[in-house]
Design a protein around this ligand. Structure first.
Ligand code: FMN
Length: 362
């Protein structure tokens, strides 16, 4: 199975995998897809530089990409300390009361400062570090990257992708110089729009003249074949890698993976509680507390993430499958065992071929 995207990106299979784990990203690239490392968690660009050095040593010379988060419309600068003053005390009380009610203990030491990767200054530092490495693709969530960032990537021979939840967004990405559009439907894990993948992908394919990757709800070869049938040149998958053995290698055994393995496709919710923008998360006692009567409205990005950053640390240390805060898409219903990235890729490719053969015989 080859499409024009394979030549463009120098990959064997048109399967692109977004992941926050370098172990998973490297394994996707080694398996012939394109591993794309999510950079938003790196508050310090020096840490990203070390991880990309590791990627260079562990991808067998195969291409890989990075994903940065430059939201089109948020306050772009500001030290965490100033932003912290904008968080209403009532919201902090609610978070503390909820954690106590859910039996999530305080941290023994210091928590994290919160994710600062949404700030343009930090995301730009990610781009600068990435361009010192042999990355093939820089993708941006939540809008087109600024035009000077696109130009800089192009000067380095690096392609630029951007996620789109509407055909209108895709048109504006291409007008800004974006090379590849990721059409990401409502089913997807993480930040997501309101249009389902089945409707969105052909709309975006018809709206732009650059390759389109289909995203949202993909985890089987039948879904890959469907994406190609809808006109996509390949797929972009995020959730499915969360239950790979390489993800366990990054995190250690976790209640989060246990919770994902037990979830059905009904067990997700689209909510603003993770970052302030609508994102699909696993439905747990934490998301339910925010949906209950009397809970405050989530704050806008980037304040909401600063509000819940320490709570996220506490929740992950408590390691309770009933209280998890994790982005995941509706495809979670098919994530029922831990497998290696290699096995996931082989199964996807095998089923895609079988599906295409079955369709040819109709
Ligand atoms: C845990 C998780 C974190 C994500 N974080 C980001 C991110 O930082 N940047 C981004 O562009 N997309 C992010 N996404 C969205 C993915 O890139 C991808 O579009 C989405 O997962 C595709 O749908 P699927 O979850 O059904 O595979 C995230 C998704 C998940 C599951």
């Amino acid at each position: 199975m080859r499409t024009s995207l394979c030549d463009k990106l120098g990959i064997e299979h048109p399967i692109v995998g977004f992941t926050p784990s370098e172990h998973v990203a490297a394994a996707i690239s080694r398996a012939g897809g394109l591993g794309v490392l999510g950079c938003v968690r790196f508050n310090d660009a020096a840490d990203l530089a070390k991880v990309l050095d590791w990627m260079d040593e562990n991808t067998d010379g195969k291409p890989y990409g990075v994903d940065v988060v430059m939201p089109a419309k948020i306050p772009t600068e500001g030290a965490a300390i100033d932003l912290d003053k904008l968080i209403p005390p009532g919201h902090k009380d609610f978070v503390e009361r909820t954690l106590q009610k859910l039996g999530v203990p305080p941290l023994a030491g210091e928590g994290r400062a919160g994710v600062l990767g949404w700030l343009h200054s930090v995301a730009r530092s990610h781009v600068d570090v990435a361009l010192e490495h042999p990355v093939k693709l820089i993708a941006n969530a939540l809008g087109s990257p600024p035009i000077d960032v696109i130009d800089k990537a192009h000067e380095h021979g690096v392609l630029v992708a951007a996620l789109a939840g509407k055909a209108e967004h895709a048109r504006s990405h291409v007008a800004n110089g974006v090379d590849i559009v990721v059409a990401q439907g409502y089913e997807a894990g993480g930040h997501t729009g309101e249009i389902a993948t089945m409707v969105l992908v052909p709309e975006v394919v018809d709206a732009v003249d650059v390759p389109v990757l289909a995203a949202g709800g993909i985890g089987t070869g039948r879904q890959v074949a469907a994406a190609l049938a809808l006109g996509a040149e390949g797929v972009w998958m995020g959730s499915y890698w969360l239950t790979t053995a390489e993800y366990t290698e990054s995190l250690g055994e976790s209640a989060m993976q246990e919770a994902l393995l037990g979830a059905t496709s009904s067990d997700t919710v689209r909510t603003r509680i993770y970052t302030g923008k609508p994102a699909r998360l696993l439905k747990t006692k934490w998301t339910e507390a925010w949906a209950a009567d009397g809970a405050p409205q989530p704050l806008p990005m980037p304040l909401q993430n600063l509000l819940v950053a320490e709570a996220h640390d506490r929740i992950s240390r408590a390691n309770d499958p009933a209280v998890v805060s994790m982005p995941v898409g509706q495809i979670v219903g098919r994530m029922s065992e831990i497998r290696s990235v290699h096995d996931v890729m082989s199964a996807l490719l095998r089923e895609t071929e079988q599906t295409m053969a079955r369709l040819r015989d109709l």
